[in-house]
Design a protein around this ligand. Structure first.
Ligand SMILES: NC(=O)c1ccc[n+]([C@@H]2O[C@H](COP(=O)([O-])OP(=O)(O)OC[C@H]3O[C@@H](n4cnc5c(N)ncnc54)[C@H](OP(=O)(O)O)[C@@H]3O)[C@@H](O)[C@H]2O)c1
Length: 239
């Protein structure tokens, strides 16, 4: 697939301060898009924005996306500071793992609140803007864990299974409005996700850049083409 030009486009990348989100923000910015990144840590956002210097505008917005008002503010800030919204990458996510007796109510609420409800809040704010502009792209970073539940993953797997269903419903709701909605389901990615890593010894894992490449490639599809779900696996995991 050829190089995508996103010059003149405005993108939001949630959870753009590190990991997959930051790699995606870099890839979109390199392709010419103006980019807004959000996350809970202002310091991490400032550092990330510094790494995106030069070229199209970059903006940051501190937000906890499990809070509806803060999620809506991210979309409003993109309109105010960058002049529009064409691409929404719902990437922010948390991983709280443990058996039922180990998971607290806070763990459950943070996981569902960020990974599922936060995506709903952002889409709910973004879709009317995209409709008015004649179209857009929403890409939700889900996980293979949403398809393949495992012990200790009750909260996380449920959040991503819900996200997969949400994504497919939304895709069908808005595709005739020119808004394409897609889910990217990675397997293991070598980031700081869940409070671990990155693990220098785990070079079999996907990198954040591998996921970013898939996201930017999706955006290059002709308007008639909608790859609505991409599953991305490490090609050679340990046996
Ligand atoms: N790593 C993997 O193996 C893997 C595999 C499949 C899918 N995924 C998915 O990929 C996405 C990105 O994960 P990653 O590996 O890049 O993890 P990461 O390095 O931990 O990055 C997560 C990002 O989300 C932000 N974030 C977390 N909670 C937030 C909240 N409530 N509001 C706003 N921002 C929030 C974080 O910033 P703050 O902490 O400052 O808020 C950070 O920017 C997640 O949705 C994850 O489920 C990861």
């Amino acid at each position: 697939m050829g190089q995508t030009s996103l010059a003149g486009r405005v993108a939001i990348v949630t959870g753009g301060s590190r990991g997959i989100g930051l790699a995606t923000a870099h890839a979109l910015h390199q392709a010419g898009a103006a980019v807004m990144i959000c996350g809970r840590s202002s310091e991490a956002l400032s550092n990330a924005a510094g790494s995106l210097a030069g070229g199209a505008p970059v903006a940051i917005q501190r937000a906890d996306l499990s809070r509806p008002d803060e999620a809506e503010q991210v979309v409003r800030a993109a309109l105010d500071e960058l002049g529009g919204l064409d691409i929404l990458i719902n990437n922010a996510g948390v991983g709280r793992f443990g058996s039922l007796s180990e998971l607290s109510i806070d763990d459950w609420q943070e996981t569902i609140g960020t990974n599922l409800s936060g995506v709903f809040y952002c889409c709910r704010a973004a879709v009317p803007i995209m409709k008015e502009r004649g179209g857009g792209w929403i890409i939700n970073v889900s996980s293979l864990a949403g398809k393949h539940p495992f012990a200790g993953g009750a909260a996380y797997c449920a959040s991503k299974a819900g996200l997969n269903a949400f994504t497919e419903s939304l895709m069908q709701d808005v595709r005739r409005d020119g808004i394409r909605v897609s889910a990217v389901l990675p397997g293991s990615v070598n980031t700081r996700f869940g409070g671990h890593g990155p693990d220098p010894a785990a070079d079999w894992k996907l990198t954040a850049e591998d996921v970013a490449t898939v996201i930017v490639d999706l955006l290059a599809h002709e308007p008639r083409s909608l790859p609505s779900r991409v599953e991305l696996r490490p090609s050679s995991p340990p046996r």
